[in-house]
Structures are given as structure tokens and as C-alpha cells.
Design a protein around this ligand. Structure first.
Ligand code: EPU
Length: 298
């Protein structure tokens, strides 16, 4: 099928599709509305031996200034349906915030914490996103994926998803595309849920850079090899005296050490150099090797 019929565009800047507002062009780019269209564009890329990838909210990625050499797919599949008194089905392209609000207004509790996560459902399942003591692992009943190697749709139960801290089985299978998830919640009065939403939003606004051009936490928290308590990477970076450190337009947030803010015209190279500097300084201050939570594209 021709590019135009599949709505595939060429050389589309990815900058505006990332929260960092950094990144070069996708060689090919498309936005799809349903799994049928998804199957078609994947077939198109495979027939041309092109790499392809799904971009969620662009909140946990750093796109290089050279861009991406294959097809970038944005999922505009955002349907949500309450399936029972304790189940909510959400398509992968829906934002965490809209799913959290939908749950609240439909009398479903247990997902209020997700309101401030700047990602999509698909991206959050992929990275087992979490905050305030909860993570996707706690609410996933099952995940639906498109296996692009066979074009079959498959379901993965919570245990089959292999969730652990900021990890899922989907990170090991780039050929699988998450298309939706069934969330297991519980009945809760909307007023009660709303007060939790306000509490979480307030805390986040005080402690993190809401609304600025930054990609969530850059590093995973440190988990000691003996399985001891998690250590906040932000705290380690703060204690190493790095808040406010700048390379080009990239700056370590003054609010939370684990955030890098694009303070204006930062390049991917600026961010990468700052990431390397943070790793080096934290290693010499604490003898701890930080590991990135963000993904590099291109
Ligand atoms: N702290 C500092 N300085 C800093 C940052 C934190 O002293 O610059 C201290 C705080 O005062 C607090 C402790 O470190 O005593 C923990 O801080 P916080 O509550 O902010 O939690 P975190 O461990 O740094 C994690 C997640 C966040 C999530 C928050 C809230 C990771 C990598 N980060 O941060 O998730 O929003 O908890 O639950 O797991 C993300 O993953 O993108 C993310 C932002």
C-alpha cells in the first residue's frame, strides 16, 4: 500500500512528540487509530526491512538529534471502558492521567496515584511505572499485545508480564506492541478518590518539575545487591552536590536531583554528557553505579 493510504509521513521531527522537546526526525512516522491499522503499518515496515518502534507520551525517552532511521508509530488508540465493579479496560495510547480520571469518575479506586505520571498506559506497562508506593504491577489483570512476528494478538496475565521494579517482560521483546490492558481496581466513592488525586498532585508539584521540559526520572533508584531498601537516585545526586549543574541547555533540576530539565535549546548530546557526568560524580561520592531509566532512541 502507498505511504499516503497508510498515512505514513516522511522526515517528521520528533521534538514536539517528546517531553524533553529534543530530537531529530523520524525517517517515517504515522499515527494509528486501531489494531487493524497497526498491523498494516507494521507489515509495511517489515516488507521494507525497516526498524519500527512505538512512541508513547515521549516522557521517558531521549531521542538523538540524528533522529530515528525507521518507522515511528504513535498509537492514538485511547478507548476506555469500565468492564465491571472492579475492572477497567484501557487502550495503550491513553494517558495515565486520563485513565486515572476516568477511573475516579466511574467509581473505581486504586489508580489515583497514576494521575501525575506523564506517560501512556502502554509506556507505563512497558516500564512498570509507579509512584507513591504503587506501580503498574499492582493493578494489571492482563495485558494485550500484538506479536509483530506472527501478527497475532495475545494476552499476558499479571504474572506472565514478569514485572519487577521498572521492568517487564515487554522490555525483552521489542517485536511485541502493547495495545491495551485490563486493570483490576475496586469500588471507591468518587469524593474519596478525588481527595487522593488532589493529595498526590500537590505532593508531585512540590517535589518534582511538573510542566517543564524534562523526561521524568533519568535513573532508576539503586537497589543494593543484598536486596536492602531502595536508595533514591535523586537523593544520591543531590548529596553529590549536582543540583543546578549545567551542560549546554541541559540542567540538573533544582527541585529533584533525578530530573534533567531542558532549560532552552538543549541537544541530546548535552543531556547525554550530563548523564555521564552525574554517573561519574555519584560513583566517586557514593561508590554506586546509577543505571538509566530513560531509553535512548536513534
Ligand atoms: N530526595 C532528596 N533530594 C532530591 C530528591 C529526593 O533529598 O533531590 C529525598 C526526598 O526528600 C525523600 C527521598 O529522597 O526523602 C525520596 O524522594 P522521592 O519521594 O522524590 O522519591 P524517589 O525515590 O526519588 C521515586 C520514583 C519517582 C516517583 C517518586 C514518588 C524512581 C526512579 N523514582 O523517586 O518516579 O514519582 O518515587 O513516589 O523510582 C519516575 O520513575 O520517572 C519517577 C519520577
Amino acid at each position: 500500500m502507498p505511504l499516503s493510504m497508510l498515512n505514513i509521513h516522511e522526515y517528521v521531527s520528533l521534538k514536539s512528540y517528546t517531553v524533553f522537546k529534543i530530537g531529530g526526525p523520524a525517517r517515517y512516522f504515522c499515527e494509528i487509530q486501531n489494531t487493524g491499522e497497526l498491523q498494516e503499518v507494521v507489515q509495511w515496515a517489515k516488507a521494507r526491512n525497516l526498524p519500527f518502534m512505538v512512541l508513547g507520551a515521549g516522557s521517558n525517552v531521549l531521542v538523538s538529534n540524528e533522529g530515528y532511521p525507521g518507522l515511528v508509530i504513535r498509537l492514538l488508540m485511547r478507548d476506555m471502558k469500565k468492564r465491571s465493579e472492579n475492572a477497567l479496560f484501557v487502550e495503550a495510547g491513553a494517558s495515565m492521567a486520563s485513565a486515572a480520571h476516568f477511573a475516579v469518575t466511574h467509581g473505581l479506586g486504586g489508580f489515583e496515584w497514576a494521575v501525575g505520571i506523564p506517560g501512556t498506559i502502554g509506556g507505563s506497562v512497558f516500564g512498570n511505572a509507579g509512584c507513591y508506593g504503587s506501580e503498574m504491577k499492582d493493578v494489571i489483570e492482563r495485558v494485550t499485545i500484538l506479536d509483530t512476528s506472527t501478527t497475532a494478538l495475545r494476552h499476558y496475565s499479571n504474572t506472565a508480564c514478569g514485572f519487577f521494579y521498572r521492568h517487564s517482560i515487554f522490555k525483552k521483546h521489542p517485536e511485541w506492541i502493547i495495545v491495551g490492558a485490563m486493570l483490576k481496581l475496586f469500588p471507591r466513592d468518587s469524593a474519596e478518590s478525588n481527595s487522593l488525586v488532589r493529595k498526590y498532585s500537590k505532593t508531585r508539584a512540590i517535589t518534582q518539575d511538573i510542566g517543564s521540559q524534562c523526561a521524568g526520572c533519568i535513573f532508576k533508584n539503586f537497589i543494593p545487591p543484598d536486596g536492602g531498601a531502595q536508595v533514591s537516585a535523586g537523593k544520591l545526586i543531590d548529596e553529590a552536590g549536582l543540583k543546578g549543574t549545567k551542560i549546554g541547555g541541559a540542567m540538573v533540576s533544582l527541585k529533584h536531583g533525578n530530573f534533567i530539565v531542558n532549560s532552552g535549546n538543549a541537544t541530546a548530546k548535552d543531556v547525554k554528557q550530563l548523564v555521564a557526568l552525574i554517573k561519574e560524580k555519584v560513583k566517586s561520592a557514593h561508590s554506586i553505579e546509577l543505571e538509566e531509566e530513560i531509553r535512548y532512541i536513534g
